[in-house]
Design a protein around this ligand. Structure first.
Ligand code: HEM
Length: 187
């Protein structure tokens, strides 16, 4: 039987206040994931589908890629900062990443691996964004009136690095974000 008290408790649990961590996931991590997915698909489309097939589609894919690629970082950075705060991780470890590889006292294998994967993911994301801007250097120069190309091998190396960082970042999103703590079996 539903009494007044149980009805009130049900309403309270339904309208329960989100924790700051859940709020950060909803406000930053999920939008970042959406941007990352769109950026990955449009980047792969631009890379794999010959431009001769449909020039407009190719250009649209590149613009979608650039916009969602850059936008993703506006969500990623605040999420990472709030995540660090919540986990009690020193923000300096973002830069001096080797400090983060030191194992904390009483840290379980799972927690240590999770932390290390997270730090590697941060660096992969930074290198991914950076390599994207490196590929764009000739375009920025051209817009400012300077014609300069680094040569085909350099372009290919930058492209391959960007593609490699994208695929590695995807793998580490799997290792870090989608990884769940193994439950102990009770026999
Ligand atoms: C700051 C953000 C980013 C910038 C400025 C950027 C820039 C670029 C540019 C200019 C290209 C075209 C390369 C060409 O001329 O062939 C490209 C391709 C590509 N991007 Fe990005 N990108 C960014 C973020 C991302 C992200 C977040 C991902 C993954 C989710 C990604 C994955 C790819 C892939 C797979 C390609 C096709 C392979 C390649 O050409 O390397 N990019 N990106």
């Amino acid at each position: 039987m539903i009494t007044n008290t149980t009805a009130q408790a049900q309403t309270a649990s339904r309208t329960s206040v989100r924790t700051p961590a859940a709020q950060a996931v909803r406000d930053y991590l999920l939008p970042f994931m959406v941007c990352f997915a769109i950026s990955l698909v449009s980047g792969l489309f631009y890379y794999l589908v010959p431009r001769s097939w449909n020039w407009t589609a190719s250009q649209a894919a590149l613009w979608i890629h650039l916009i969602t690629g850059v936008l993703g970082f506006f969500y990623l950075v605040p999420y990472v900062l709030s995540h660090y705060k919540k986990k009690g991780e020193s923000a300096i470890n973002l830069i001096f990443v080797w400090r983060a590889f030191r194992r904390n006292e009483n840290e379980s294998d799972w927690a240590y691996q999770q932390r290390v994967f997270g730090h590697i993911l941060n660096w992969l994301m930074a290198l991914l964004g950076l390599s994207g801007f490196v590929i764009l250097i000739p375009s920025f120069l051209w817009m400012s009136g300077v014609v300069w190309m680094a040569g085909y091998p350099a372009y290919q190396i930058a492209n391959l690095a960007h593609l490699g960082f994208a695929l590695l970042a995807l793998a580490f999103i799997g290792f870090h974000v989608a990884r769940r703590r193994k439950r102990k079996r009770i026999n």
